[in-house]
Design a protein around this ligand. Structure first.
Ligand code: ZN
Ligand code: ZN
Ligand code: FE
Length: 726
């Protein structure tokens, strides 16, 4: 075959000349024999007249092309490098910074564009002659591998105490010895510091919880390989693929009944977050001594992961006993991504390291818009051409540290993409720090996007759908266009506009924000609503101190600090409390998660509920459902069965609403979004019922359904409004 290949503004162009059967064979194998980090988003084939060319050459790409090329995401160490890592004859034997063109750090070390060594945090290391020869050899796996390094010329490990004083001995060996004794070791990774302890040592894990001031939220663990994971969790083929993918997210797996790790790792939880090693250092840490290490983000609750060495020692000095670091700086923070498997597909719950800054392909070119996300699980998004770039996970924008992380992420995206936004899209909630940034700091024209419309648009954009759809948006709370709090919403809309066609009945949130942390408050509120104040006995309220209960009763009666909301997430909380799952949560969504885990998936008979047309809106009235749950409880029906039937009830509700909307509007596509759709059981049940009724169902996969995916929706809606004129 003759011709050439070149990077250009459209991607990669190949001109190939050969007889028809050779060309057909080439096209057939191309998608299957891609380099490990390549992916094809679209393949266009155009026939050309033969030119009689001979030979095949790689043409240089133009400079402007290099600038517009995407910065790659960080990738786990590849199998070739791993082989060298464990080969005593190799010059990189046990070298913790081994990498090649197929693997290694990317986004987190890039300081500018184009992506070239001087524009990375490897700029300070000059390659030795051997590394340089590899770098310039087209036949080498390290041809133009920007972070290329070896023990002679590259970064080195360091081990220091919390005061920054170097400790004697081999940093890796010393760390392993200390971990084996139950110490807490801060380990510098790709996008930040982890706190590591032996996951099989209950006392060590307890101590980490105490020092990190983390009550019950599960810790993620890292195990050497799939075989090790299978000793404490079940792994389906789809889960194995996700675990072993180059992105190496944390994958939520079901624990084995005989759980070999310390119970303190994920107390009272059927699920455990697991990842496989992704840096050579991780492999060296796990090669022999531990079934798994807890590897939790180096931060305090609600603060962003620390990634600079000084900052790490300062902020983590009370938590970590020692710091296993190195002298290759991290430029951009990137927390671990989190995913679960839904059906056979990945569902990202947090899209960060390994995925950032990969773009989401849009159906059309849009103006460059910056979107600043919501409050919880904040991410930002910047559009360039027909691509949307989501930044790394920032966290909950509730303190100065996360706010600073958010503004840093905005600056980095603008720099990396060399794109100056023409407008900023923001949530309608006036108190979100992201909204305040847009209004007071950005200096850009403002485009407010309603929270649930942004969720709908995020799902449509992920699927490249530009036509109108029915949006079933179930989440915690978002600011509605009528000024009240929404969260159980039925919308009809597209990427530009939408209208509300139905919603959950408004119920008071006693104590406002407190209601999300104390599910018993929601239980009380729903009970009061369902029984007209004539409250039945409920076991879940028996645990609540008398005076607190009385205060909440009064607040509800007088409507003090009890804003109304149509939230689906809070209904999950209430049901979780009523079924005895939990009355107090240590993090938002915990009760709902446990309700899902408890459910018997075979209990598929819906319970009673009401759907009424009120002022043109389809209003879901959960009062018959609450009463049915309580009656069944009293008859002794088990919580697992009732949880299953509660899920089935919501699925049936969605089907009925969509049937009405289809009859009126003729729409047959349904988009599912909002944080509640992190729930795999609900998503599966809703999907089954809708598909059974002939609907096309769109749900998230690579963009989170929760507020972590919101900035994508905001950006796209704003882009469409700008383009088509408001
Ligand atoms: Zn490699
Ligand atoms: Zn070298
Ligand atoms: Fe939301």
């Amino acid at each position: 075959m003759a011709g050439w290949v070149r990077n250009d503004t459209r991607g990669v162009t190949i001109e190939a000349e050969a007889d028809a059967s050779a060309l057909a064979a080439f096209l057939a194998v191309l998608p299957q024999e891609l380099p490990p980090l390549a992916s094809i988003s679209r393949l266009d084939v155009t026939p050309l007249a033969p030119s009689g060319a001979s030979g095949f050459v790689i043409l240089d790409s133009a400079a402007d092309v290099a600038r517009r090329a995407q910065i790659p995401a960080d990738a786990c160490v590849c199998s070739d490098c791993l082989r060298e890592l464990s080969d005593p004859a190799d010059r990189r034997f046990r070298y913790p910074f081994i990498n090649c063109t197929n693997c290694g750090p990317r986004f987190t070390i890039v300081t500018g564009i184009p992506y070239d060594r001087p524009q990375t945090t490897m700029a300070g290391f000059s390659m030795c002659p051997v590394c340089l020869a590899e770098y310039h050899d087209p036949a080498s796996r390290r041809f133009h591998a920007q972070p290329n390094a070896c023990p002679v010329c590259g970064p080195q490990l360091t081990l220091v105490d919390p005061h920054g004083a170097p400790l004697p001995g081999d940093p890796l060996g010393e760390s392993l010895r200390m971990l084996a004794q139950g110490a807490i070791v801060a380990v510098k990774g790709l996008g930040g510091y982890h706190l590591a302890v032996d996951a099989g040592n209950p006392a060590a894990v307890r101590e980490l919880r105490r020092r990190k001031r983390r009550d019950e939220k599960p810790f993620a663990v890292m195990a050497a390989d799939l075989e090790a994971v299978e000793q404490f969790a079940t792994v389906s083929p789809a889960e194995a693929r996700l675990l072993a993918g180059v992105e190496r997210p944390i994958v939520l797996l079901n624990k084995l009944a005989d759980f070999l790790l310390a119970e303190e790792v994920a107390p009272r939880n059927r699920v455990i977050g697991v990842m496989l090693p992704y840096t050579p250092l991780h492999h060296l840490l796990l090669e022999r001594d531990f079934l798994a290490l807890v590897m939790t983000s180096g931060n305090f609750a609600d603060e962003p992961i620390v990634f600079r060495d000084e900052e790490a020692r300062l902020r983590l000095k009370e938590v970590a006993d020692v710091f296993l670091g190195h002298n290759r700086p991290i430029h951009s923070r990137a927390d671990d991504s989190v995913a679960r498997v839904l059906g056979d597909r990945a569902l990202l719950l947090r899209r960060s390291r390994g995925f950032v800054p990969r773009a989401v392909a849009l159906a059309e070119e849009l103006p460059p818009v910056l979107a600043v996300g919501a409050e919880l699980k904040n991410t930002v998004c910047l559009l360039r051409g027909d691509r949307a770039f989501l930044g790394p996970h920032v966290g909950d924008l509730q303190n100065v540290e996360t706010y600073a992380a958010c503004t840093t992420a905005i600056g980095q995206l603008r720099d990396l993409l060399e794109t100056t936004p023409v407008a900023v899209a923001h949530d309608l909630h006036p108190d979100y720090l992201s909204t305040r940034y847009a209004l007071e700091v950005s200096g850009l024209p403002l485009i407010g996007v309603q929270h649930h419309h942004a969720h709908l648009a995020s799902c449509l954009a992920e699927h490249g759908v530009t036509s109108p759809a029915i949006g079933v948006i179930f989440d915690g709370l978002g600011y509605g266009s009528d000024g009240s709090l929404w969260g159980g919403e039925f919308l009809v809309g597209d990427l530009r506009s939408c209208e509300r066609v139905g919603h959950f009945r408004y119920v008071a949130l006693p104590g406002g924000d407190l209601a999300a942390r104390q599910p018993w408050r929601m239980a009380l509120s729903y009970l009061q609503d369902s029984y007209d104040g004539d409250l039945p006995e409920s076991a879940c309220l028996a645990e609540v101190p008398e005076d607190e209960l009385r205060l909440v009763h009064q607040a509800l009666a007088k409507g003090i600090n009890a804003p109304l909301a149509s939230s689906c997430g809070r209904l999950f909380d209430a049901v979780a409390a009523l079924l005895g799952v939990r009355t107090v949560a240590s993090f938002e969504g915990q009760a709902a998660m446990e309700l899902e885990m408890l459910a018997d998936p075979e209990a598929k008979a819906p319970l009673r509920f009401a759907l009424k047309l009120t002022d043109g809106q389809l209003v879901f009235d959960p009062r018959p459902l609450i009463r049915a749950l309580l009656e069944a409880r009293r008859r002794g029906v088990g919580a697992a069965e009732l949880s299953g039937r509660f899920h089935a009830t919501l699925a049936e509700l969605v089907r009925q609403v969509c049937l009405v909307v289809r009859a009126r509007r003729g729409l047959t596509t349904v988009a599912l979004s909002g944080g509640v759709f992190q729930n795999a059981l609900l998503t599966t049940l809703v999907r089954e019922r809708l598909q059974g009724a002939g609907f096309t169902v769109l749900s998230h996969s690579l963009v989170p359904p929760n507020d972590g995916g919101l900035s994508l929706g905001q950006a796209v809606v704003a882009g469409w409004r700008l383009r088509k004129g408001r």
